[in-house]
Design a protein. Structure first.
Lengths: 564, 254
């Protein structure tokens, strides 16, 4: 029984292994010490052998993703593939259908994928799409910041009831972590306004900073595996880097309940801008990187932009409206009752448009200027910066200065004046790239025991790429990186070979992680909290409370983590 | 010179996706090679020879290749899709998307062409001797750009939303058209010799000439006076001011 991967050049930063020639043994769905009589022997012949990729921030399932598909039939025309012997029909470039999402991630060597923004009221839809998405293990971060219950408890300073509410919501929506999106700003958008970090939210008289601090404290009291995961206020605004740094600093004094950050700040590229208008818009990646380099309570992901016609979708409704006023392209806006909102608009990032070119530079600069790869995760905020299918090209940019020089020739010269990319010589190593795409996201999510590593006892999720790291020069071979990272030589998920030579060979269903807070704080004030919640359902919700929680049947392959 | 004749053996009800039928795709191929080309019949992968008798006379490059299509083609879609040169003569009526994405050459439809004929075409000539369906020369669902170049002539009537998102080229309809011709047009020219309803909605540029009756004229157009074209007087309007007040589109009504 089992699989033996022989002669691989292994990178497993979690174990301090950087390019050692060694064997990896798999028995059942786990990595084991050795396997006596393997059913299958894969001779990697010096190829790159790494843990399966871990995507910690991507918009792949749920109400707004599907609204994007409906809104953009022209995007569905791209990326089409007919049904195959094992595979369902595929479509989509920036908003892939559920099948294509699973197959494409698996072909690229990713085996764990987290949906970054689940509105509680649309949790059922999110889980239905997860069930329809083959291969990868999944989880969803639930939006709890613009929520009326949350804001009222924050205003009252009642963190015990807030903890009870958060833990009840985790069970009701089968969530993995707390997501914060433009705290207060999305609620303010209901009144045609927006909020920066110290502006009081209309009618609630709390500030975004108070919401962030309260949720961070509750997150640690409940001992959740992941930290709060935040999309800061003022996304996309020139000069927003100051808000971003103030947000980071707001939770500096809070102690993490486990060996990880206190705050994960997402798609930081969109939050690292200087200037006072679109005319003097500039990169402040250096200021953000400097803060992250000096502080250990914060981790970030990139949200890198690449030049293409993509679709932006976020719970940040006011931001999407401001994009619509700029481009006048078709725009969708949604209000999720007492909880959150969302917006969708197509965006074409053009290398000739100075602002877009600087955005592109900022994403790459952040990865190059942050010294510790454990603090920075490769994402594109799929599909907001660009689809996740650009990861291989982004990795090529990070590993190869010649690739950056080639690309710089085709972008607006504003990049030379108002960004830093051309002045940076650093080229990332395989060890750093594997950290940023596997080990770091697994640790940040609190999954470092099972994901992002090939340690004995971890899930048998392995990617083998047709690259020989011992004889390959990434700086010169950037085209090969782009090609080879798109389709693995092998992808193994949970001990099963799912991709061979870039083709899908098995489509097992993935599991869905969810966190069940069971500690004292989760239950102490539950009865009192439920009375408040019942009143909200009676007065405002369009659904009854009994119909609200996602039934267990919606998760055919659940993986419960008990926290606390 | 090459003359390739494709004769449909019998009528079908499930549509045939026949985008392989272009001079570019068939030029230089033998009868057997043409018969073995893949087509989808609904969701089934089939061969062109399963539906058509094929005869090839002479040989040549795409530009000197003429394809003659015979039989009941009313359920054959996407004929001439993306063609760059040569010619196709359809001796009867055809299904949707005829001449879609066409870049050059000429297609003549002796009968009617269903919806989306000349969709997103960039060049070449499409002549429909019968009637055309909806979305003639338009952009497909969700696209921001329809026809960009080339010329479409319809001897009969055309349906609704012709030239939607049209950005260039010319459409001439000798009969009547339905609702909203030139919707969201950004360039090019549409000439309608018969009647039209609500022409030019949300147009920001380009020109629509309607020689017959206009029904339900939209309110976002400004009257600019009369203009004489080839001895006939036209009322000239600009619009549609409903779109950010741009109003560089021109409507000439006879």
């Amino acid at each position: 029984m089992g699989i033996l991967i022989k002669n691989g050049v292994v990178y497993d930063p979690a174990q301090g292994i950087y390019g050692e020639k060694m064997d990896i043994s798999i028995d059942g769905d786990k990595i084991v010490e050795d396997v006596s009589s393997p059913e299958r022997v894969i001779d990697a012949e010096g190829r790159l052998v790494v843990p399966g990729g871990v995507e910690l921030h991507s918009h792949i399932a749920g109400g707004k993703v599907n609204a994007g598909r409906i809104m953009r039939p022209e995007d569905g025309r791209k990326g089409r593939a007919p049904r195959g012997r094992l595979t369902r029909a595929c479509s989509g470039f920036s908003i892939l259908n559920t099948f294509s999402t699973g197959y494409t991630y698996a072909r690229m060597g990713y085996t764990t994928t987290f949906e970054a923004a689940m509105p509680p009221l649309l949790a059922r839809h999110t889980h239905e799409e997860f069930e329809d998405m083959p291969i990868t293990d999944k989880g969803a971060l639930v939006l709890l910041d613009n929520n009326w219950m949350t804001m009222e408890y924050v205003k009252a300073g009642d963190l015990d009831r807030l903890a009870a509410y958060v833990s009840w919501m985790f069970g009701a929506t089968k969530a993995y972590g707390i997501k914060i999106v433009n705290p207060g700003g999305v609620e303010a958008w209901g009144w045609g306004k927006n909020c920066s970090i110290n502006d009081p939210v209309p009618h609630f008289d709390v500030t975004p900073k108070e919401i962030i601090r309260a949720l961070a404290k509750v997150n640690e009291e409940l001992k959740l595996p992941h930290s709060i995961h935040i999309h800061c206020n003022d996304l996309g605004h020139p000069g927003n880097f100051e808000t971003t740094l103030e947000t980071y600093d707001a939770v500096k004094d809070i102690t993490a309940s486990s060996d990880r950050q206190v705050m994960h700040a997402t798609h930081t590229q969109f939050h690292a801008y200087g200037g006072s208008s679109w005319k003097d818009f500039e990169s402040k990646a250096d200021a953000i990187a400097d803060y992250v380099n000096k502080n250990d309570h914060i981790t970030i992901d990139l949200g890198a932009v690449m030049f293409c016609d993509t679709t932006t979708m976020t719970a940040d409704g006011p931001m999407e409206y401001s994009l619509h006023t700029l481009s006048r392209r078709k725009w969708s806006n949604h209000d999720v009752e007492l909880e959150t909102g969302s917006g969708i608009i197509p965006v074409a990032y053009s290398p000739k448009v100075p602002v877009n070119a600087i955005q592109w530079a900022v994403g790459i600069e952040l990865a190059l200027l942050i010294e510790d790869p454990w603090k920075v995760v490769l994402t594109t905020d799929h599909p907001n910066g660009c689809p996740f299918t650009f990861y291989p090209e982004i990795i090529a940019l990070l590993m190869s200065k010649p690739k950056r020089e080639e690309m710089l020739k085709g972008v607006s010269d504003a990049v030379g004046r108002r960004a830093l990319i051309a002045t940076i010589d650093r080229e990332l190593t395989w060890g750093e790239i594997i950290t940023m795409t596997r080990s770091a996201p697994a640790k940040i999510l609190g999954l470092s025991e099972s994901k992002g590593t090939l340690r004995v006892g971890a899930d048998a999720d392995v990617a083998i790429y047709d690259i020989m790291p011992e004889s390959f020069d990434p700086a010169k071979g950037y085209r090969e990186i782009e090609e080879k990272l798109m389709r693995t030589f092998y992808t193994i998920k949970g001990g099963e070979v799912v991709v061979k030579d870039g083709e899908i060979v098995a489509t097992p269903p993935g599991r869905t992680y969810w966190v069940n807070p069971v500690g004292e704080k989760a239950h102490a004030m539950r009865e009192e909290m439920l009375k408040d919640l019942e009143a909200k359902f009676d007065a405002y919700y369009t659904v009854s409370m009994a119909n609200y929680p996602v039934q267990d049947e919606y998760l055919s392959h659940p993986l419960e983590i008990r926290a606390g | 010179m090459a003359k390739i004749t494709l004769t449909m053996r019998s009528s079908i009800t499930v549509p045939l996706e026949a985008e392989v039928i272009t001079p570019d795709g068939l030029a230089g191929k033998s009868e057997e090679e043409i018969k073995s080309l893949t087509v989808y019949h609904g969701n089934r992968e089939m061969k062109l020879g399963d539906f058509f008798d094929v005869s090839v006379e002479g040989s040549g490059d795409p530009a000197s290749t003429e394809i003659i299509m015979k039989g009941d083609l009313t359920r054959v879609k996407r004929i001439g899709e993306g063609m760059t040169a040569g010619s196709i003569v359809i001796e009867g009526s055809c299904d949707m998307h005829c001449g879609a994405l066409m870049r050059g050459g000429k297609i003549t439809v002796k009968g009617d062409a269903d919806a989306w004929a000349g969709r997103e075409m960039r060049g070449g000539e499409l002549v429909i001797e019968g009637n055309a369906g909806n979305y003639l020369g338009a952009g497909y669902r969700g696209e921001m750009t329809g026809m960009r170049g080339g010329k479409i002539t319809v001897e009969g009537d055309a349906g609704d939303y012709i030239g939607e998102h049209m950005a260039g080229g010319e459409i001439l309809v000798k009969g009547n058209v339905g609702i909203l011709p030139g919707l969201s047009m950004t360039g090019g020219r549409i000439i309608i010799e018969g009647s039209a309803t609500m022409p030019g909605g949300e147009m920001t540029k380009g020109e629509i000439i309607v020689k017959g009756e206009v029904y339900d004229m939209l309110p976002g157009f400004r009257f600019e006076g009369e203009e004489e074209i080839e001895g006939k007087r036209f009322r000239k309007y600009t619009g549609d001011l409903a779109v950010r007040g741009v109003g560089k589109g021109v409507l000439l009504l006879g």
